[in-house]
Design a protein around this ligand. Structure first.
Ligand code: CP3
Length: 368
């Protein structure tokens, strides 16, 4: 994208001057931005209070409720970004694929995909199919004091739920299709990529400031297989969303060996790093000019504050004042987390995180 395009995008989109969006673009800003994956959810009493009266599906399908739970962590913690409250299976659900989100388990598919004919259950997504999601985005863009991150599941991760029928440890059915019936595999991935792209485009058109593509389970793949069977489809989505002028974050779990590929060829502006990879090592794997998001161990927040504090400082030290670092957990907030701990994390990052503008210093280290 040219500088002129960026300027145009900056002039029309709310929160483009926020630390979060500027960090995504590698531009200087005044504090290290922080938000948490799954910041809205069961760790919050105010979320559980809503869930006592409504099912997860009701919340997702009712724009006022979905907007309210998206806002809850922003009010409570003062995080630098909100993430739309929805689910990665929402678009395929909207196309009529029966998926139940079981508490404590995750998405469970009524009739898992087992034959080529199942592809026909995935027609292209129209905006009307997910009007409740887009209406939620509109409410949030109006009410939020910080940028809204739109999101979708990447084709591999959504396919793994459709094929396995639910969460999996081995992804054996998914991989059997991938290795055994490559043309069918690519047709499935193309259909899911189309659905994902339509969903993200709708969210951006309604005013989302950035998007995150969740390929949560891509870490189950050998890097060569990731590049052959998965990356082209995710790349297609990210390239098209990039043309809309919003930053793109590409995230997965256990992706230490995939980090370089996930950002190759300008496909992503920021790569999400899980807690298993030291941020300094991730930096060496992710191309220069691409930012990093992460990567506090989520479970560390279940331990005493002193340990959390040390780990937060370690992440900040490893990030080394980079303009393109966004502080986050390495994966989602665990439901047992005490919100008071997350509050202290936000405050500590805001107080002690530093952002250095190294522009014009060439390759020289900041201190000399
Ligand atoms: O705050 C946020 O991050 C926004 C909301 C969000 C949810 N799911 C809320 C949710 C987002 C971005 C997602 C995406 C999602 N959904 C992913 C990708 C992110 C990741 O964690 O890697 C995945 C793999 C899913 C599938 C899914 N949906 C799982 C694994 C679960 C958890 C099951 C459980 O009960 O532990 C869900 C349900 C879900 N999605 C909940 C929330 C808050 C819990 C629902 C409840 O019972 O209240």
């Amino acid at each position: 994208m040219s500088a002129t395009d960026l300027d145009t995008a900056a002039s029309v989109r709310p929160h483009d001057d926020s630390p979060f969006v500027r960090a995504c673009r590698g531009l200087p800003h005044d504090h290290v931005p922080v938000w948490f994956m799954r910041q809205a959810g069961r760790a919050l009493a105010e979320y559980r209070a809503i869930r006592e009266r409504h099912t997860f599906e009701e919340v997702v399908h009712t724009p006022e409720l979905a907007a309210e739970v998206t806002l809850q962590p922003v009010r409570r913690y003062g995080v630098d970004a909100a993430i739309l409250f929805s689910d990665i299976v929402t678009p395929v659900q909207a196309l009529g694929v029966g998926v139940e989100i079981k508490p404590g388990v995750g998405p469970v598919v009524e009739r898992p995909f087992r034959t080529t004919g199942d592809l026909d259950r995935l027609r292209p997504l129209e905006p009307d199919d997910v009007d409740f999601v887009l209406d939620t985005v509109s409410i949030l863009v109006r009410e939020l004091p910080v940028p809204l991150i739109g999101f979708a599941g990447a084709p591999f991760t959504v396919a793994s739920y459709l094929i396995e029928g639910g969460p999996s440890k081995s992804y054996s059915r998914t991989k059997a299709l991938m290795y055994g019936e490559e043309p069918t595999w690519h047709r499935l991935m193309e259909r899911l990529a189309g659905i994902t792209l339509a969903s993200l485009t709708g969210q951006v058109e309604r005013g989302a400031s950035a998007v995150q593509l969740f390929d949560s389970w891509a870490g189950a793949l050998h890097p060569d297989d990731y590049v052959r069977y998965v990356l082209p489809h995710s790349r297609h989505i990210l390239d098209e969303v990039g043309a809309l002028g919003v930053p793109r974050i590409h995230f997965g779990v256990g992706t230490g060996e995939l980090l370089g590929a996930m950002a190759a060829g300008g496909a992503a502006d920021v790569v999400g790093v899980d807690w298993r990879v030291p941020l300094a090592a991730a930096r060496r794997r992710i191309p220069t000019g691409v930012g990093m998001q992460g990567n506090l161990e989520p479970a560390s927040c279940l331990g005493p504050w002193e340990g959390v504090e040390q780990r937060v400082r370690d992440v900040l030290t490893a990030a080394d004042g980079a303009v393109d670092h966004i502080f986050n957990l390495g994966h989602g907030v665990l439901p047992a987390t005490d919100p008071a701990v997350l509050q202290r994390v936000v405050d500590l990052v805001h107080r002690e995180g530093r952002v250095e503008d190294r522009r014009g210093r060439g390759a020289e280290p900041a201190d000399g």
